[in-house]
Design a protein around this ligand. Structure first.
Ligand SMILES: [Zn+2]
Length: 265
């Protein structure tokens, strides 16, 4: 390996670690936000016994493995979700670098586009788990997404203003109409989220995201039914499907849409 290769590998490791640390913090937000606890101040504590975590027990993934998924103090289980989220954060940060980083002839450089995309994905990750846990998307989180959605107009060479304005309504309006016709077809939080996502992605990618979300929701619904975890009348949160659909559309949307169109045309 020459110097540039080493530099590229170092950059990837750094980007991965950054993603892990950010998602480690998001784990705290996901835990505390629905409980209306302050997630900026206050040390992390064990949810079982309430003991404060030491610094060396808060290293992403590594601490969980060393403690074998149990609290050092009380032995209570620490959910596998935490290290899973941290690894996902590292991978998603790398994906953002690959998709939105600037290629300089040797490796992908960190760009404003990449940072913005990772911000959006971070907020979506929080929405994913909070909706999964509580069946509700806090309005504040959708409101936070408005900032990168507007900034992306200047930073990303994505869709134009018209496509974004159409995108704002392209999925949210049909969802709203359907919900007015069929009670509880979609939650209000889902509709508001897709309005903001529509402005961020433009109408074409917003439709792609929604289509993917329905596919994911269908597969998830069938899996849940087969495992008999829920009755047929029970609802499950659709927000997580929308979040995954949106991230897929952000990273591979153009390719997926092209591939799909080549199948039907
Ligand atoms: Zn404990």
């Amino acid at each position: 390996m020459d110097g540039l290769d080493v530099l590229a590998v170092l950059l990837c490791v750094l980007v991965f670690l950054t993603g892990m640390v950010v998602f480690s913090f998001l784990n705290v937000v996901i835990y505390r936000l629905p409980k209306k606890q302050d997630f900026v101040k206050g040390r992390s504590f064990c949810p079982s016994c309430g003991c404060q975590l030491r610094g060396y027990d808060m290293i992403p993934v590594l601490s969980w493995i060393l403690l074998r998924g149990r609290c050092r103090n009380c032995g209570g289980r620490i959910s596998f979700r935490y290290p899973l989220m941290e690894v996902a954060g590292g991978l998603l940060c790398l994906l953002c670098l690959y998709r939105f980083g600037r290629w300089n002839g040797f490796f992908y450089q960190i760009s404003g586009e990449m940072l913005l995309a990772f911000c959006v994905i971070s907020v979506l990750a929080v929405i994913f788990w909070i909706d999964f846990d509580t069946m509700e998307i806090p309005n504040g989180l959708t409101a936070v997404l408005i900032i990168p959605a507007i900034l992306s107009l200047a930073v990303m060479d994505g869709p134009g203003l018209l496509s974004r304005v159409i995108g704002f309504f392209s999925v949210s309006l049909p969802m709203l109409l359907l919900t007015m016709a069929v009670d509880q077809a979609f939650g209000g939080g889902d509709i508001k989220l897709m309005a903001v996502i529509g402005f961020f992605l433009g109408w074409k990618m917003c439709l792609t995201a929604f289509f993917l979300a329905i596919l994911i929701g269908g597969v998830y619904g069938i899996a849940v039914l087969l495992l008999k975890r829920k009755g047929r009348k029970d609802h499950f949160a659709f927000g997580p499907c929308l979040c995954v659909g949106t991230v897929l559309a952000m990273i591979w949307g153009e390719q997926l849409l092209g591939w799909y169109l080549s199948l039907i045309l």
